[in-house]
Write a protein that binds this ligand. Structure first.
Ligand code: ADP
Length: 389
């Protein structure tokens, strides 16, 4: 069969065109791991001129960080024994074993920049002019790996949140069961023995029903607030108000509960006006929680002081009580949801363990913070900070 030189030339050019149009980077090395041929995608992946690639050792040609850092040739650096690409090339030459989609994760010097890359490569043995060679097909999978890494991290976070949520639902259901069964049993008794119950007994039972349903409602409100805050759907409605007037009104409201336990709340502030931008409904929630705790965890006669001071770019509001105080070992837990530590209410008041967790979150939303100082037997001071500007 006669083959014309022209048709050979044509088919060679055709093959080269095909190779250059393949998006995977392809190169061929001889048994010394020197590059003998490559396509356009290989050159653009490593940003190298043709004369810096042909005949060059593989690692030096592609800017392998081992050769760059040690200023040494590919095959002679201290890390070459751990190189998956090198070991794949060697086993292709020595044992004729191809590599299928192996991953090479390493830094490379590409265009004078050190870049972390993930390459997926495969090797194939070829023979040309009686010479053994190995063809390497390389795909840059860095982006896919980065996306997978971010996705894995997000999944891990979601798993933790989901676990926390399940725990919270478990505790909430448990906390709701008690008061609801009280309401259920009392209403049953009242219905069954309505005729025989004296007015006095009825009043007592209705009072228990009122107190228990009030607590259930409060717990539900706390839970709804907490889930709103946790899911990030809480929207602050900030307005500019005189903060001192706001505190005075809030203290007046809480004094009603304080006097019932023979306590007094005083306000200490060096100025009578502080214009401040905040969400009054939410900061009222913060104040109510802190003041009700100061009342709940203290004995009659307790003195509660609300003190306002300027701290750098913030307004610091301290709620100081002379109550039971909190042991140091309990302090790290009091802002966690449903954490009721060793300090118990002094007059059998109800507690959900959600108050301070909500307080902390509301302040986070305001870009503020809360701190606590406490000594058992002496009292506690909760100080929260709101940015002035
Ligand atoms: P709750 O009061 O509903 O239990 P909180 O989240 O408001 O929930 O408080 C968590 C825990 O911190 C309380 O159970 C209590 O043990 C402790 N604590 C909070 N405030 C005070 C305080 N002023 N004095 C002593 N202990 C307190």
């Amino acid at each position: 069969m006669k083959i014309s030189i022209d048709s050979l030339k044509d088919s060679n050019e055709f093959l080269n065109t095909l190779l250059d149009n393949i998006t995977s980077a392809i190169f061929v090395t001889d048994k010394d791991i020197r590059i003998q041929s490559f396509n356009d995608s290989f050159r653009s992946l490593f940003y190298k001129d043709e004369d810096k690639l042909l005949g060059e050792l593989c690692g030096n040609a592609i800017g392998c960080i081992y050769t760059v850092r040690e200023k040494a040739n590919c095959g002679s650096t201290s890390n070459c024994n751990n190189c998956t690409l090198r070991s794949s090339l060697l086993s292709a030459f020595l044992e004729k074993v191809p590599t299928h989609r192996s991953i090479l994760k390493r830094e490379f010097q590409i265009k004078d920049r050190i870049i972390q890359k993930y390459f997926q490569f495969s090797t194939r043995n070829i023979t040309f002019n009686h010479e053994d060679m190995v063809m390497v097909i390389v795909d840059d999978v860095t982006e896919i790996h980065e996306q997978k890494k971010t996705l894995d991290e997000k999944n891990q976070k979601l798993e933790i949140i989901n676990k926390q949520k399940n725990e919270l639902i478990g505790i909430a259901a448990h906390d709701l069961r008690n008061p609801l069964s009280v309401i259920n049993s009392f209403s049953e008794i009242m219905l069954e023995a309505l005729e025989d119950l004296k007015t006095e007994n009825l009043r007592e039972m209705l009072q228990i029903l009122k107190k228990t349903s009030h607590f259930t409602l409060q717990l539900l409100n706390d839970l709804l607030d907490f889930s709103k805050i946790e899911s990030g759907t809480l929207e602050l409605k900030k307005v500019k108000l005189n903060y001192i007037d706001f505190l005075k009104a809030n203290i007046l409201q809480n004094e009603f509960f304080a006097v019932q336990k023979n306590m007094k709340i005083t306000l200490e502030a060096s100025v009578s006006e502080i214009p401040l931008v905040f969400d009054p409904r939410r900061i009222e929630q913060v104040m109510n929680n802190l003041l009700s705790n100061a009342i709940k965890y203290s004995f009659p006669g307790n003195k509660i002081k609300v003190k306002v001071t300027f701290k750098n770019d913030s307004i610091a509001t301290s709620i100081e009580d002379s109550g039971q105080g909190i042991p140091e070992k309990d302090l790290p837990y009091i802002f966690q949801p449903f954490r009721q530590v060793s300090v118990k209410p002094t007059d059998n008041e109800k507690s959900t363990g959600l108050g301070l967790a909500i307080v902390k979150k509301i302040l986070d939303f305001h870009e503020g913070k809360i701190m606590v100082e406490s000594k058992p037997g002496e009292g506690s001071t909760f100080t929260f900070y709101l940015p002035l500007y």
